[in-house]
Design a protein around this ligand. Structure first.
Ligand SMILES: [Zn+2]
Length: 228
C-alpha cells in the first residue's frame, strides 16, 4: 500500500520541567506532537540552574494533564549519567523509570532519551532487553534521515542549532518519495533562560498545516515509516 506521507515532523523535549506546559500549548496550537522525556524519581526535587542564570523547576508529579495527546518517554529515574552503571544500577535508573511512568500514565513506554545524551554499549543493550525501541542522543545529524540503531538515535538538530531554519526550509521544499523526518529536540526551560520562545513559535508556524506532512510523536512517526 502506498504511503500517504513521506515527510514527518517530530519533537523531543526533556526533563519534565514547568516550562513544558507552555511548550505543549504551543505545540497544540500548531498541531505538532512531541515526545516528552521524564524522570520519574525527581518529583519533587531541588531546582537547578541553567546557563548560570536561570533557575529551573520540575513539576512535583510527572503526571500533568497538558501532556495529553503527546507521548511520554523515559529519561532515567534520577537523571544519572548511564555510562558505567552496573546492571543493578540500570535496574533502578531504567527499568524502574519505565515501570513507574507506565503506572503513572497508564501507557506503555517504548522510547526515551539518554540523560546528558550519554550512553555506552552496556546501557544500549540493557534498554534493548527492556523492550525500549529507541533512545535519543544529543548528536545532531543535521539531516532528514533516521538511520542506524534507534537506540543510538541521532536527532536532526537542537532548536538552538544555527542551521535550524535552513533545515526547515530544506524539509519544506523537499519533494520526497522516501521518508524524510525533521526531528527537533531541546529543553523547554531553555526558551525561558534564553528568552527566545519566538524561535519555537516561528519553527512551528513555518511547519504547520502542510498537507504532505505527518505530525506525530516519535513513536507515531517511527511506526508509520516502519522503523520500529
Ligand atoms: Zn535531561
Amino acid at each position: 500500500m502506498e504511503r500517504k506521507f513521506n515527510k514527518a515532523v517530530t519533537f523531543s523535549y526533556d526533563d519534565g520541567v514547568l516550562s513544558d506546559e507552555k511548550l505543549a500549548s504551543i505545540f497544540n496550537r500548531y498541531g505538532m506532537k512531541c515526545s516528552f522525556n521524564l524522570n520519574s524519581g525527581l518529583y519533587p526535587t531541588e531546582p537547578f540552574i541553567y546557563d548560570n542564570h536561570f533557575t529551573v523547576y520540575r513539576h512535583k508529579s510527572a503526571v500533568q494533564p497538558f501532556y495529553q495527546g503527546h507521548e511520554i518517554c523515559m529519561h532515567g529515574t534520577k537523571h544519572l549519567n548511564p555510562v558505567g552503571l552496573s546492571d543493578a544500577e540500570l535496574d533502578i535508573e531504567f527499568r524502574d523509570d519505565k515501570t513507574a511512568l507506565e503506572r503513572a500514565f497508564g501507557t506503555e513506554i517504548i522510547g526515551g532519551a539518554y540523560a546528558y545524551g550519554a550512553y555506552d554499549d552496556h546501557a544500549v543493550e540493557y534498554l534493548r532487553n527492556l523492550g525500549i525501541r529507541y533512545c535519543r542522543t544529543v548528536e545532531a545529524s543535521r539531516s532528514l534521515q533516521v538511520t542506524g540503531d534507534l537506540l543510538k538515535l541521532k536527532p536532526t538538530c537542537h532548536h538552538k542549532d544555527e542551521v535550524l531554519f535552513d533545515l526547515i526550509d530544506e524539509f519544506l521544499k523537499t519533494e520526497a518519495d522516501t521518508p524524510q523526518i525533521l526531528y527537533i529536540w531541546g529543553h523547554a526551560y531553555e526558551f525561558d533562560g534564553d528568552e527566545n520562545w519566538e524561535r519555537i513559535e516561528k519553527a512551528c508556524s513555518l511547519l504547520a498545516g502542510k498537507p504532505d506532512v505527518l505530525y506525530g510523536t516519535n513513536t507515531e512517526v517511527f511506526r508509520y515509516f516502519g522503523l520500529i
